[in-house]
Design a protein around this ligand. Structure first.
Ligand code: AMP
Ligand code: MN
Ligand code: MN
Ligand code: MN
Length: 284
């Protein structure tokens, strides 16, 4: 199995990179991309853990960049990147600042809702400073405001809800350009999650291709056959390569397990065929 999208506890995943690797090996994953939100901190521990294996797997360094495109918050994967790229590091710093400022603003919204010290609570849950909305969702659950994470997003954290704070994420063009500058390929993550009409989805595909994007996640997490078919059509229309990933965050948070997403349909050109062994092993 090939899984080019998952998260560790360096962003909003539950497992450490080395536990993620053990699970990948257990699930017969032969190629794994770690794609934490706006950070590459987990990549070097993952590569180190992989070196200690009797049969190392192929590790693809990745990142999931938060992007603002028109009125939408999108996610663009940077795959097969050089995590030490100086320009990428600068971009990450900028994203981190936006994330920090948003976290302060979300905590202020939560104070209005009667939850004190939400930022400190979120940091404690995360175990680091890269605070994401799932950490605030857990704060809401622990405060007894909602029964689960899903409800926390539905009632408080998603766009238009009381604890949603618009964030000045980087543009689509910047995400693509900087991914390419870091030696990688840009991929539209889980296109079915943005509630786009078919027209808007294809508009995104065109804008992405024009800006130098390489691929689209034809398979991500759990999707139905109709959604998959429209992504196959879009990929072929704009000559985009196909990617596949579980978007695994941990057993508790994800329905699809690591490496257990559906198979890539035929008539797709897999993105990994573009990467030579020498290139992907440069960091191992
Ligand atoms: P952030 O990057 O901090 O805005 O957080 C985005 C993350 O929140 C996503 O990567 C998902 O892990 C999680 N998320 C977004 N929407 C939902 C939802 N409706 N239910 C559960 N988790 C969600
Ligand atoms: Mn996430
Ligand atoms: Mn995402
Ligand atoms: Mn993800």
């Amino acid at each position: 199995m090939i899984d080019l999208h998952c998260h560790s506890h360096f962003s909003d995943g539950q497992l450490s990179p080395s536990d993620l690797l053990q699970l990948a090996i257990q699930n017969d994953v032969t190629m794994l991309a770690l794609t934490d939100h706006d950070t590459v901190d987990g990549i070097s521990p993952l590569i180190e853990a992989n070196k200690e294996q009797k049969n190392p797997i192929q590790i693809i360094p990745g990142i999931e960049l938060s992007v603002r495109w028109k009125k939408y918050d999108l996610h663009i994967l940077g795959l097969n990147i050089n995590p030490s790229s100086v320009t990428l590091q600068a971009l990450i710093k900028k994203q981190q600042q936006s994330r920090n400022e948003r976290a302060v603003a979300i905590a202020a919204c939560m104070a209005q809702l009667g939850i004190d010290d939400a930022l400190e609570k979120a940091k404690k849950i995360a175990g680091h400073e890269h605070i994401g909305r799932p950490h605030f969702a857990e704060v809401l659950v622990q405060a007894g405001k909602v029964p689960n994470i899903q409800a926390a997003f539905e009632r408080y954290l998603r766009a238009g809800k009381p604890a949603y704070v618009p964030t000045p994420w980087i543009s689509l063009e910047e995400a693509i350009t900087e991914t390419i500058a870091a030696g990688g390929d840009a991929v539209i993550a889980h296109p079915n999650k943005y509630k786009l009409t078919r027209t808007k989805l294809f508009e995104l595909g065109l804008a992405f291709k024009m800006a130098g994007g390489t691929g689209v996640e034809v398979i991500s997490g759990d999707m139905n056959p109709t959604q998959i078919q429209s992504l196959v059509t879009m990929a072929n229309q704009y000559n985009l390569l196909a990617s596949t990933g579980s978007d695994f965050h941990g057993e508790k948070m994800s329905r699809v397990r690591l490496g257990q997403q559906r198979a890539l349909p035929i008539h797709c050109k897999p993105i990994w065929e573009k990467w030579s062994m020498s290139n992907t092993t440069r960091n191992i």
